[in-house]
Design a protein around this ligand. Structure first.
Ligand SMILES: [Zn+2]
Length: 156
């Protein structure tokens, strides 16, 4: 399937729909920047008239900043997902909240929107290189500590 796919009518699909996807950009804030493309693999099945199921996997590598030392670090994003898909028109009166459900206009189904929603949900809340990266690699700390070191030397 072409990587330029935009939207398609899920209501007229022949199921299961299998797709290998690749995206070179992403419209999400508050996550790192893409180091490599986003690779996705999905399979959409028809369960009943208004209910679809999507299983898939997403692989990508992003560059983000460590929340402690602010260095660039790689975030490997590899996860599986399994969710229900329903038309957004059903969202308001849907009380079956046992499953993760993705709502969209099914006649103009935008698979990238689904992928982005999953990435947003699965992106780590805490991005850190190591637990004690500031202690292991103290760049500025050393200089700041110099006056104290001198005093300590005097005391010794
Ligand atoms: Zn760090």
């Amino acid at each position: 399937m072409s990587k330029n796919i935009k939207t398609f009518n899920l209501k007229e699909g022949a199921f299961p729909i299998k797709m290998d996807l690749m995206f070179e950009d992403i419209d999400l804030q508050n996550i790192g920047r893409l180091k490599d493309s986003i690779y996705g693999n999905i399979e959409i099945s028809l369960i009943s008239k208004d209910l679809f199921r999507c299983e898939g996997s997403i692989n990508s590598i992003l560059i983000d900043n460590c929340q402690s030392c602010l260095r660039d670090i790689e975030v490997n994003l590899n996860f599986l997902f399994n969710l229900a898909i329903k038309d957004e028109a059903l969202m308001m009166d849907d009380d079956s909240s046992q499953d993760q459900t993705h709502y969209q206009n099914l006649e103009y189904f935008d698979v990238k929107q689904l992928i982005q929603e999953e990435i947003s949900l699965n992106y780590p809340n805490i991005v850190k290189c190591e637990d004690n990266c500031l202690e292991i690699n103290p760049i500025e700390k050393e200089e700041k500590n110099l006056p104290f070191k001198k005093i300590r030397d005097l005391i010794d």
